[in-house]
Design a protein around this ligand. Structure first.
Ligand code: FAD
Ligand code: NAD
Length: 475
């Protein structure tokens, strides 16, 4: 007799594994199928995020930042290190160790929650049946009352710069480089390009970033983007905007890149070329033709606001559906869907999803940019507070950047918070909570913030909205 479960999840990235655990918490019998294989040939749960994305990139961002600070900043603190040395192998060993611990942790969480983790390929068939093919090649048809598709995404390949895994590489290859390339080209000044460009630049690569758009960080508030571009350029990252790559040719010595920008035809020689121009949903061999699943015009699995596909009882979540490709967005969709399956009321607030770039300065925002508010026509007011005036930031020797708050003029509601500077990714949580509860600017103004803390900059920015900043001259 074939096995059957209340819920089968295909994909154990941050969307799928969270959905599986939440469904199990509701008392459902759950299986979660995943086929991820690491470069060492080992299977692991956790998807892109834990194996080749969020976690390994943050591990290397931390190591490279410490190296950079030891090289450029320690003397100011009165710390002399003598001959500073870099050990890329040790850095990579640490990165791999963190990944191993966390991915192994998911297997442990599955066990504790009684989720059946199945290693292999899953394919949705007609009638909520799933064909599971184990890594050993054995096939089994498993049935379920509910199926959640959480197959994630993969890097987009450029026809003019095809990945070869050696010279023209994707983000995963870039995370696992075993030596610092003398020169590194990056196509795409998005989140991957800037984070991974920063890692290798801090470790000594001469990094050139080619971005097709004229606007740097088009999705960010303009004040934030302007400051960030200036800071990255100060760090030696050469950002070329309005640059279209015509051809990239890999040879023994490196990659010859031909591109065009506002000044006409240009060429660039680099040791390695990272192509980071976005990701596309994984839907290949995920469902049978007659399973009833439809894709939208961009190739994502078509779902409604509650992540329901066109097939009753089949949901899709995470990077394989519309919306920002972010781990926390996928996880929250997983929670919502598991709650809906359990018969509870659940919804996602897609308007308040924080974005963070773990560069230095760090960049984070939630809610609307000033440009979006302006375009919407609602009268608004803004306040900014620079980290230069923060005692904590000064003590940290990390003062570039600011907190900016955009609020409505009519009822004082906070509409957007934009932070560029130290620990922006942590500070944004206060803004997310404020936005989630439709807080007024005055609510944040009257909230007591610890001193000295970076969070005081959020408090002061809220005060600055009404020209009441206490530790910086008002307009
Ligand atoms: P994935 O994590 O891609 O997981 C999908 C899983 O499904 C994979 O394990 C895959 O093997 C498996 N799968 C697919 N099809 C099948 C099938 N048919 N059968 C069995 N298994 C299948 N986001 C953030 O929020 N913060 C960050 O700091 C961040 N940093 C990033 C850094 C990099 C370099 C990259 C590339 C991405 C980063 N992201 C970050 C994005 C984040 O990784 C994704 O948004 C997130 O992983 C999406 O989760 P998911 O569960 O939808 O898909
Ligand atoms: P992205 O969409 O963030 O950026 C891609 C950039 O490439 C854009 O600026 C785009 O204009 C540019 N581009 C596109 N085609 C180009 C071309 N032919 N030539 C030059 N430039 C071109 O994509 P990404 O950086 O690859 O990241 C993929 C996904 O992973 C994103 O959705 C991102 O949210 C997610 N991610 C998140 C984090 C984080 O949250 N910190 C970190 C890394 C990745």
């Amino acid at each position: 007799m074939s096995r059957s479960f209340d819920v089968i999840v295909i994909g154990a990235g941050p969307a799928g594994y969270v959905a599986a655990i939440r469904a199990a918490q509701h008392g459902k019998s759950v299986a979660c199928i995943d086929e991820w294989k690491n470069k060492d040939g080992r299977n692991a749960f956790g998807g892109t995020c834990l194996n080749a994305g969020c976690i390994p990139s943050k591990a290397l961002l931390e190591s490279s930042e410490l190296y950079h600070r030891a090289e450029h900043e320690f003397e100011k603190h009165g710390i002399r290190t003598g001959g500073l040395e870099m050990d890329v192998a040790a850095m990579q060993k640490r990165r791999a160790g963190i990944v191993r611990q966390l991915t192994g942790g998911i297997a442990g969480l599955f066990k504790a929650a009684k989720v059946e983790g199945l290693v292999g390929h899953g394919k949705l068939l007609k009638g909520k049946k799933v064909e599971f093919t184990s890594v050993e090649g054995e096939r089994e048809i498993v049935s379920a009352d509910h199926v959640i598709l959480a197959s994630g995404s993969e890097p987009i390949e450029l026809p003019v710069a095809k990945f070869d895994g050696e010279r023209i590489i994707d983000s995963w290859d870039t995370l696992e480089l075993d030596a610092v390339p003398e020169t590194l080209g990056v196509v795409g000044a998005g989140v991957v390009g800037l984070e991974l460009g920063s890692v290798w630049s801090r470790l000594g690569s001469k990094v050139t970033v080619l971005e097709a758009l004229e606007d740097f960080l088009y999705m960010a508030d303009r004040d934030v983007a302007k400051l960030a571009a200036a800071e990255f350029r100060k760090q030696g990252i050469d950002i070329k905007l309005g640059a279209t790559v015509g051809k990239a040719t890999a040879g023994k010595g490196g990659v010859a890149v031909e591109y065009e920008d506002g000044n006409g035809a240009q060429s660039l020689e680099v040791d390695k070329l990272v192509v980071a121009v976005g990701r596309r949903p994984v839907t290949n061999d995920l469902f049978a033709e007659d399973a009833g699943i439809q894709l939208d015009e961009r190739g994502f699995i078509a779902v409604d606001d509650e992540c329901r596909t066109r097939v009753k009882g089949v949901y899709a979540i995470g990077d394989c559906v519309r919306g920002p490709m972010l781990a926390h967005k996928g996880s929250e969709e997983g929670v919502m869907v598991a709650d809906l399956i359990a018969g509870e009321t659940a919804e996602m607030n897609y308007a308040v999803i924080p974005s963070v770039l773990y560069t230095n300065p760090e960049i984070a925002w939630a809610g609307k940019t000033e440009e979006e508010v302006k375009a919407g026509g609602r009268p608004y007011k803004t306040g900014q507070f620079p980290f230069m005036a923060s005692g904590r930031a000064k003590a940290m020797e990390n003062t570039s950047g600011f907190v900016k708050i955009v609020s409505s003029k009519d009822d004082d509601e906070i509409l957007g918070v934009h932070i560029v500077g130290p620990m922006a990714g942590e500070l944004i949580s206060e803004a997310v909570l404020a936005l989630e509860f439709n807080a007024s600017t005055e609510d944040v103004q009257r909230t007591i913030h610890a001193h000295p803390s970076l969070a005081e900059a959020v408090h002061e920015a809220a005060l600055a909205v009404d020209n009441r900043a206490l530790n910086f001259p008002n307009r």
